[in-house]
Design a protein around this ligand. Structure first.
Ligand code: 13P
Length: 246
């Protein structure tokens, strides 16, 4: 299975930030893993143009479940694809928290993404209160059950485990905690999708940085990372790509 280093720029970046993409492409012309950057929607077309002819893939951070219509401010999966995206992040905890996105909506968005030929990067993860209450695996299993549609495959679906309390905080779970959740995700997917689940990439996300990337990538069933803050700088994201390619 090819590992995946994915960057989520969140609501960061204007055209000037494409200089970081050019620097990344110059420093890592032939990465030993798949590399994906998900900029704000306003930058997808320009980033796809910048990445033309390279191995870098570009993705959106959300899409609407419907193909078109009266949904002011929303973007359809087909529009992302038309702008040059190959992937879309769905069900990120910031969307779940800021926009009240529940599992069923995330699943509908995944269907829409697949209808447009995009790979869905579906996010799951517990809050700190849920972890403290010993509910981490229950929460993650329930999110997988509700957010990942039956049509998921190794080609069209990537799962990102992002503990909410580790996002943007500099705190990460222990390697043992990451191992426990990733093994549980693989087992849950295997019960549902059989052998296909072995090929589904499981990304860890939450305060991944150059200094902790290698040890996290050594954990079983960690097939890459979904990186926020450290994906904004070519030198940091490049170091994470190098760690995953090693
Ligand atoms: P940070 O890497 O900034 O903690 O963000 C993780 C994340 O939410 C990626 O989707």
């Amino acid at each position: 299975m090819r590992k995946l280093a994915a960057g989520n720029w969140k609501m960061n970046g204007t055209a000037a930030a494409l200089a970081e993409v050019k620097a990344l492409l110059a420093a890592h012309p032939a990465p030993g893993c798949e590399v994906l950057l998900c900029p704000p929607a306003t930058l997808i077309a320009q980033m796809a143009w910048t990445a033309k002819g390279s191995a870098l893939k570009v993705g959106g951070q959300d899409c609407h479940p419907k193909a078109a219509g009266a949904h002011t401010g929303d973007i359809s999966a087909a529009m992302l694809a038309d702008a040059g995206a190959s992937h879309v992040i769905l069900g990120h905890s910031e969307r779940r928290a800021d926009h009240g996105e529940a599992d069923a909506l995330v699943a509908a968005k995944a269907q829409a993404a697949w209808g447009a030929g995009l790979v869905a990067v579906i996010c799951v993860g517990e809050t700190e209160a849920q972890r403290d209450a010993g509910k981490t695996l229950d929460v993650v299993r329930a999110q997988l059950a509700g957010s990942v549609p039956e049509e998921a495959s190794a080609e069209n679906c990537v799962i990102a485990y992002e503990p909410v309390w580790a996002i943007g905080t500099g705190r990460t779970p222990t390697l043992g905690e990451i191992a426990e959740v990733h093994a549980a995700i693989r087992a849950t997917l295997t019960r549902r999708f059989g052998a296909e689940a072995a090929g589904m990439r499981l990304l860890y996300g939450g305060s991944v940085k150059p200094s902790n990337a290698a040890e996290i990538f050594a954990v079983a069933h960690v097939d890459g990372a979904l990186v926020g803050g450290a994906s904004l700088k070519a030198v940091d994201f490049g170091a994470i790509i190098a760690a995953l390619s090693a």
